[in-house]
Design a protein around this ligand. Structure first.
Ligand code: MLC
Length: 283
């Protein structure tokens, strides 16, 4: 067991590529503003164009589409799991050894005292790049027969904003960003496992649980934030990345509202009653 833990720790936190990681603006992969702007612009234009002209897209057989979707979802499920373990170990590794470690968990020292380097920022950078890979989700939805139901404002808004906020988070060494990576990746393990099972034709009964976990994730963001705000105002140097955190918490609130709406539309009482009465009529 110890050997397993040591080797996981080495490969996910101690390895020189991870422990000596440093975000160098314009040098690290994906760190230039051009990369971010182009990725988001291409994503948005292609999503809108392919939705508008979906009939012109090459048609894939349902089997091919399901195979691609299954592989993509499985890859993201595994990457999310690696991120949960990697980022958690990175936090333990990078946490200061003195008494102030709890403060550090909620508030990276501000005033340029925290630079985006070390294992924690390696995993935040990894998460940022995974958000670019998640753009594929939209393409898969556009190519599917259920696109009119599933290509929602929520979906495109979420996929557009998250890479932007991750970028700002790394750029400003934003406090709480490691907590966001760990909670979001944990939820994504479940979400991509759900999508994987759907794409191989086994629709799980626990869809609602996935949505519930997503909602809990947003609420959790509100629980951690006051602690950071408290430290920001009582310490001389404040917390790093306070401005981008304000953008994140606003985004969090908007997603919470959209997900509560999704929840009531998909699992609300009326929907359930309609479904039950349909079943009764059929039997
Ligand atoms: C249970 C949910 C995860 C998904 O609900 P939906 O009603 O959209 O999904 P669904 O039940 O129709 O999903 C099944 C369909 O997804 C297809 N599918 C499989 N893998 C996929 C992938 N990687 N991307 C997109 N679609 C995929 C299956 O083949 C199947 O298609 P077919 O039906 O054709 O057989 C929900 O909680 C949710 O997140 N809803 C919001 C919509 C959304 O886009 N969410 C993801 C981004 S937001 C996010 O990620 C927030 C966060 O950070 O937690």
């Amino acid at each position: 067991m110890n050997v397993l833990f040591s080797s996981v720790h080495y490969w996910l936190a101690d390895h020189p590529t991870i422990s000596q990681f440093e975000w160098k603006q314009g040098h690290t992969f994906g760190s230039s503003l051009i990369f971010l702007t182009l990725s988001i612009s291409i994503y948005l234009s292609l999503s809108l164009l392919s939705f508008r002209f979906s009939s012109l897209l090459p048609t894939l057989s349902a089997t091919t589409l399901h195979c691609i979707t299954a592989v993509h979802s499985l890859i993201l499920c595994l990457l999310s799991l690696i991120m949960v373990v990697g980022c958690s170990l990175a936090v333990l590794h990078q946490m200061p050894r003195h008494d102030d470690y709890w403060r550090w968990v909620f508030c990276f020292p501000g005033n340029n005292r925290t630079l985006p380097r070390g294992p924690v920022f390696f995993w935040v950078h990894f998460c940022y790049l995974s958000k670019i890979l998640e753009f594929m989700d939209t393409l898969l939805i556009i190519l599917s027969s259920s696109r009119s139901r599933r290509l929602s404002f929520l979906h495109v808004y979420h996929h557009t904003m998250v890479p932007l906020l991750c970028y700002l988070g790394i750029y400003t060494s934003q406090s709480l960003i490691h907590i966001a990576v760990i909670t979001n990746a944990s939820v994504h393990v479940l979400m991509y496992a759900y999508y994987f099972l759907c794409s191989i034709g086994k629709r799980p009964w626990w869809k609602r649980l996935v949505t519930d976990c997503q909602i809990v994730q947003f609420i959790f963001g509100f629980i951690c934030s006051p602690i950071m705000v408290y430290y920001h105002f009582i310490t001389e140097v404040g917390c790093s990345g306070f401005g981008p955190w304000c953008a994140c918490i606003t985004f969090n609130a908007s997603l919470l509202a959209l997900f509560l709406d999704f929840h009531s539309n998909n699992y609300g009482n009326k929907i359930r009653k309609d479904r039950d009465s349909k079943m009764e009529k059929q039997t």
